[in-house]
Design a protein around this ligand. Sequence first.
Ligand SMILES: Nc1ncnc2c1ncn2[C@@H]1O[C@H](COP(=O)(O)OP(=O)(O)OP(=O)(O)O)[C@@H](O)[C@H]1O
Length: 229
Amino acid sequence: MAFVPPVLDIHVQTTLESPGRRFVLDARFVSTTSRTALIGISGSGKSTVLMAIAGLLPRVQGHVRVAGNTLLDTAKAVDVPARARRVGMVFQDYALFPHMTVAQNLAFGLCRLGQHPSEAEQARIDVLLRQFDLDTLRGALPRHLSGGQRQRVALARALAPQPHLLLLDEPLSALDTSLRIRLRTELAEMLERVQVPTLLVTHDPSDVQALAQSAVHLDGGHVTGAPAL
Ligand SMILES: Nc1ncnc2c1ncn2[C@@H]1O[C@H](COP(=O)(O)OP(=O)(O)OP(=O)(O)O)[C@@H](O)[C@H]1O
């Protein structure tokens, strides 16, 4: 039988330092599921793991492999720059550009800085706008959107460059309870549809149940368990 590489094979080591404070991250895990949750108490290093995987932190040692593609392997002097890693990120507050319309937010990250989308890029943006039910909102600014619409724009923007990995950092935590329940269901459906390997940070066991197929526990910068769900 042919060898199928794990979806995620991660070992990231780094030290964050500021006057009087030091945080050592040494997180190692393998996941064979397409959607993995990263859980742990506040300050355990979850966001730092995402940043290290995305290539957004300097001086990270170890390796990052996504479906067999090596993005980092310091033993072999491989360190793919962040821009070339094909990793899409969605942040807690969605981090949409407030002065850009929905369509411009999607185009950002797809086109070279300051350039208009090419015909192919525009076609991709149109597909995403339809796929995420944002077609009628293409000219709207983020402040005129609901929480759910903003979430869809953030996800569509992260998916625009056809990433090989999606990193979601507490995508539901800024929402009140009823919206959170509704958007959790929507997000689960969207993730099912797009089929991109996903690593999702959350505090909430309901998110893990609804959105992930396995979970990795982080504590004090170390993985303490990777139970199956
Ligand atoms: N420059 C720094 N110097 C020292 N420690 C730092 C620095 N930056 C972050 N930290 C610490 O690193 C730890 C991990 O931070 P991180 O944001 O990854 O945690 P987290 O698990 O995502 O937390 P939360 O759930 O609250 O978002 C925290 O204890 C934080 O205080």
